[in-house]
Ligand binder design. Structure first.
Ligand SMILES: [Zn+2]
Length: 253
């Protein structure tokens, strides 16, 4: 039983506890090229938050990881079989209920750990902040935590070398043999401005990628996945300790 994982701990352990920080991993259920499982984002988020919370807990910080939300925003993948879309407005409704519990029980620090690129928590966190002024809600998106170029050779953002490496490290039993891997080739908008980052429109996923991947996975290895995993965990744990220790009335300098 890991005492920092809510799903595994018990009332005996928690009835007199004073938790400082709740961590909410949020993933998605979606196709990941031909070779990775639909729960790829959830498995990554589960493992990264659990490992970082262990290190945080071992340093004496009062942290608890809530169960991973398994569905994410897949509005651009509506025609991809069994990609389970959760609308942003549904995410707001779910978060409102969870935050209401934390707020009522005096757990004022929440970190949403995002494992899926389609989830966008900024407008939601802004709205929740207005409604629950005592709460300090943060979110992070783990692929942005480190310079991926230092770990991986091929760029990508979905079922790519990074995600395939992580899954080879975490759950090699769920990764199909290499001859099944698609090349993750993807199309860009003809209008170049969309590639410059200042204008955005949702891509119709089935039209930009044949295998649902974006990014070539073929140079993925479990060793690369392990190194990236460990470095993310170390950075995340360091942040979580700092967040636990932070005085919410004295955040700025
Ligand atoms: Zn993914």
């Amino acid at each position: 039983m890991r005492p920092y994982i809510l799903a595994e701990t018990n009332w005996e352990a928690l009835k007199d506890a004073k938790i400082e920080l709740a961590v909410l991993p949020w993933g998605a259920t979606e196709a990941h090229n031909y070779h990775l499982p639909y729960a790829t984002d959830n498995i990554q988020a589960d493992n990264l938050t659990a490992a970082a919370a262990k290190s945080t807990y071992d340093k004496g910080a009062k942290v608890i990881v809530l169960p991973t939300l398994p569905f994410g925003v897949n509005t651009g993948q509506s025609d991809i079989y069994l990609d389970i879309n959760l609308n942003p407005s549904t995410q707001l409704a779910i978060l409102t209920d969870i935050v209401e519990v934390l707020n009522r029980q005096g757990i004022y620090k929440l970190l949403i750990f995002n494992g899926h690129g389609g989830n966008n928590f900024k407008p939601i966190v802004r709205e929740l902040g207005l409604k629950f002024p005592k709460m300090f809600i943060s979110f992070c998106f783990f692929p942005q935590m480190l310079d991926k170029d230092l770990y991986f050779e091929e760029k990508g953002d979905h079922a790519d070398e990074m995600e395939t490496s992580l899954m080879l490290h975490l759950r090699p039993d769920l990764v199909l043999p290499k001859d099944k891997w698609g090349d993750g080739a993807s199309k860009k908008y003809k209008i170049k401005s969309y590639s410059e980052g200042w204008v955005w429109a949702e891509r119709k996923w089935s039209e930009i990628s044949a295998d649902t991947g974006v990014g070539n996975p073929h140079k993925a290895t479990s060793e690369k996945g392990e190194k990236f995993f460990n470095d993310i965990v170390e950075k995340l744990a360091q942040f979580m300790v700092e967040l636990c220790d932070a005085d919410l009335n004295d955040l700025y300098e």
